[in-house]
Design a binder for this molecule. Sequence first.
Ligand code: SIN
Ligand code: MN
Length: 248
Amino acid sequence: MKWTEEKLAQYNEQGYLFMPGLLSADEVDALNSDVPLLLNGENDGLHRERERGGAVRQVYLAHRSVDAFQELISHPKILHPVRQVLKDDVYIWHSKLNVKDAFEGTVWLWHQDYGYWMWDGVGPRLVSAMVFLDRATLNNGCLMVVSGSHKWGRQEHYADTVTTSYKQWCIDTDTLKEKICEEDIEHITGKPGDVLFFDCNIVHGSGHNMSPLPRKTFIIAYNAISNKPRVVDNPRPDWVVARTFDIV
Ligand code: SIN
Ligand code: MN
């Protein structure tokens, strides 16, 4: 289930590749029916929105506790292209259910995942697969990416602790003004079962959910097995930087 050379070239050029309809309706239903198990559970990687009803914002490591999510990480339509891109075997760096609940889900500021993963002691050889569990629309805060921005290399990031309940590493406004053209911002709208693959250096973010539709996505971050993290001072917890290196 590898990509064609053309698709691979497109991924390398843009820094992302959107694959509509990759998963079947039955596969998405199986994932969605287990989502309540995650929202009602308690674990260190569960974060809530600060305002209003305190809806769940994000739950890490769904794949460790829920079978349907565990099975998804080795789905050939996702895993094979990831291995193809990284030219290596892979393990799970982490996974996360991003909820962005109706009207409550808040922004993700512009960032590169590698903006902070670098401090975890790895090189930029990670790929994420964002699996759409709901529709993603302009109104409910679909992901936005800056096409080709992975070629800029890693940009400096700072920790924003005021915008949401969740500390976000993000790129400062002066750099964004200098680097981002309006025309290069792509809105990744889609439907359940679509999958977006993206490079760890792609600049991305998303807006507030202004819609009655939740915008749940499940993101699986894969790391090349030859890119295991070095020992660093103050390592982040295992739910965000896994220290089990089982090849998927
Ligand atoms: C992320 O960058 O991990 C999340 C972005 C989003 O869910 O919109
Ligand atoms: Mn991100």
